[in-house]
Design a protein around this ligand. Structure first.
Ligand code: ATP
Length: 605
């Protein structure tokens, strides 16, 4: 296909205001294109060279460099090109105008593009190839290489072609031809009817490379598309969830039985393993492999298959306790330039929740139960690379309990997943097979609380064997007991942790202290004596902790989300600690604040 044909179509497309006409223009282009160039045509129509997820550099050279190339191509002084650019404000128009008025320079440029036996006219394939070389040129001398390649292309182009080459090079094609338009045009061009678009969409969801999907359609027709299955190395568009906030309604929606999983608050990762190679794709299908060398290593070790595609959530964790850390920490990690430092400072865990392909077996049309079973077989779990916390629920109360536990453990809520026979992986779709149930509000806990140590947990990882977290309790005046509120593993300095065993030693006892009310079983029990100041993100309801149990809701107590140690309070006795009554009041005031926040700004009736 000649590039001239594409340029003419782009010109018409640029002027149309009708979507129907846009689809017609694009489908006409597909009809005219040879099948082996259809993929390149798709990318160029979208102003790109290849799919995003390949992680290759794209076009988008600076105006300065483009002006140099135009000047070279048409033998015009740079200052003149610059002045024209100032006037027209569009590199495409500048190139077009100069190409119309000036004879292109031949000064040694032809060798960059002209191959022996080639016609003088540019083809789509040729333009794509040269532009790819421009995008990929790096290192010393690459600037000159880019200028020469662009100039050579421009010198070979006609005026209209020059307009679009310049815009493509600058990364400013901005035609606004989205995926949906292209899919519709493909359906019309190759099947005669837009009614077949869903088949194309299905293929695109499973293989997120529209150029490749178009090429399969052009060469093998609809039947070819139906055969498209997950391919390791090419991302699958992610399945998305609907949202509800009533446990009863949620269970009813999924048919009464559900796999309920923690909804981790991190970054979604689609992990592809191809032999020794591991590729990680984000929720938006960007290639994020380079950001997570630690995850790559875990997947290489932990996935017991030659080829696999699994999904999970990458979450920052406390390396000593394994506790989940807030989403913001992952953002801090991503901002760090030195990746090795980032890995050390912000270690992550991966919680896997789906398997889409394993060793030649396409799983996306299998029910979730089967996918989860395959996942549990293919993953050799470790501390940092394991399956998501999950529960089979048929009762709304059980769901709610699990939800509260999830929140308390630092998750964002739960994902409720239908378990019936049709519970397939709906690639690229948001449906009712998955329902997210998360907190609707967030209110910062401003006040710190003073809590009493009643137990201790031994650390894992580098703190193996030594105390890494403490169990804290509030004081209940009425019963003179200490009721557990939270487990704290964050906020301690290395020096604090070093001294911890020594500090606790005098208080260690072989069993729970009689004044301590706890459902948790720490590794070490201590006499309530030491008081510390604790800050968290908010107060939450918890089925695990005994503090104020039943006061707010039957069977659940009050806890603290993301609690962290601030400092010891040697000036306080255990009975001076924050009381259960105070915590109830704090929880109620937090609720009031949330209600105020929600109602604020709403028109009064
Ligand atoms: P959406 O992805 O639904 O458009 P969003 O990007 O705002 O919305 P959320 O509303 O937080 O994300 O919910 C979906 C995300 O939850 C998933 O994309 C995934 O990253 C994350 N997630 C965490 N835990 C799980 C889990 N167990 N199962 C599925 N997804 C999970």
């Amino acid at each position: 296909m000649l590039f001239e044909v594409l340029a003419k179509a782009l010109e018409v497309a640029e002027r149309t205001t009708s979507r129907t006409q846009l689809v017609a223009i694009v489908s006409d282009l597909f009809r005219k294109a040879e099948p082996d160039v259809v993929d390149k045509l798709v990318y160029l129509l979208q102003g790109r060279l290849w799919p995003d997820w390949l992680g290759l550099p794209e076009l988008g050279v600076g105006v300065k460099l483009l002006i140099k190339a135009i000047s070279k191509a048409y033998g015009v002084r740079e200052s003149e090109v610059e002045a024209l650019y100032g006037k027209l404000g569009d590199s495409g128009k500048v190139a077009e105008q100069l190409r119309t008025t000036k004879a292109p320079s031949t000064g040694g440029l032809a060798k960059f593009v002209q191959k022996p036996g080639e016609t003088a006219k540019l083809t789509v394939a040729e333009v794509h190839e040269i532009l790819s070389r421009v995008a990929l040129a790096t290192g010393e001398g690459s600037r000159d290489i880019k200028i020469n390649l662009i100039a050579s292309l421009l010198s070979k182009a006609g005026p209209l072609e020059a307009r679009y080459i310049a815009r493509l090079v600058e990364g400013r094609l901005r035609l606004g031809v989205g995926d949906a338009t292209i899919m519709e045009a493909l359906a019309v061009a190759y099947t005669g009817s837009s009614a077949n678009r869903p088949v194309i969409e299905y293929a695109y969801n499973v293989r997120a490379d529209l150029g490749n999907v178009a090429k399969v359609l052009a060469t093998r027709g609809l039947e070819g598309l139906k055969g498209i299955a997950p391919t390791p190395g090419i991302p699958i568009r992610p399945m998305l969830a609907e949202r509800l906030s009533d446990p009863g309604e949620i269970l009813a929606k999924v048919g009464g039985r559900a796999l309920v999983e923690y909804k981790y608050d991190g970054e979604r990762a689609q992990i592809h393993k191809i032999g020794d190679k591991v590729v990680v794709f984000s929720r938006r299908l960007e290639n994020i492999t380079h950001q997570y060398p630690d995850v790559v290593e875990m997947a290489r070790e932990g996935l017991k298959a030659s080829e696999a595609i699994v999904e999970g959530e990458i979450v920052c964790i406390d390396p000593d306790t394994g506790a989940l850390r807030p989403f913001q920490e992952l953002m801090h990690r991503k901002r760090k330039h030195d990746i090795h430092e980032a890995i050390k400072e912000y270690p992550v865990s991966v919680f896997l929740f789906d398997a889409l392909y394993v060793d030649g077996k396409n799983l996306i049309n299998k029910p979730i139960r089967e996918r989860r079973e395959v996942l549990s077989k293919v993953v050799e779990e470790s501390e940092r690379f394991r399956l998501s916390e999950a529960l089979l629920a048929t009762e709304p109360t059980k769901l709610e309990e699990f939800f509260l536990k999830a929140i308390e453990d630092g998750a964002e809520g739960v994902m409720v997943k239908a378990l019936h026979d049709q519970s397939v992986y709906q690639a690229g779709a948001r449906g009712w097979l998955w329902i997210k149930y998360k907190r609707d509000y967030k209110s910062e806990m401003i006040d710190t609380v003073d809590l009493v140590v009643v137990g201790a947990f031994k650390g894992r990882g580098r703190r193996g064997g030594k105390v890494g977290a403490l169990l804290f309790a509030a004081y209940d005046k009425a019963t003179d007991t200490f009721q557990t509120v939270c487990k704290v593993g964050s906020g301690f300095s290395d020096a604090d942790l070093e001294k911890m065993d020594e500090l606790l030693k005098p208080y260690v006892i072989p069993h729970r202290h009689p004044r301590v009310i706890s459902d948790m079983e720490p590794d070490i029990w201590v006499v309530p004596a030491l008081v510390a100041e604790i800050l968290g993100s908010e107060l939450t309801l918890s089925p695990q902790h005994t503090c104020c149990r039943g006061a707010i809701r039957k069977g659940v107590g009050i806890s603290i989300r993301f609690p962290r140690f601030i400092r010891w309070r040697p000036d306080k006795s255990p009975e001076d600690a924050t009381t259960t009554e105070e915590l109830i009041e704090m929880y109620r005031s937090q609720l009031r604040k949330i209600v105020e926040e929600v109602t604020e700004g709403q028109p009064s009736s």
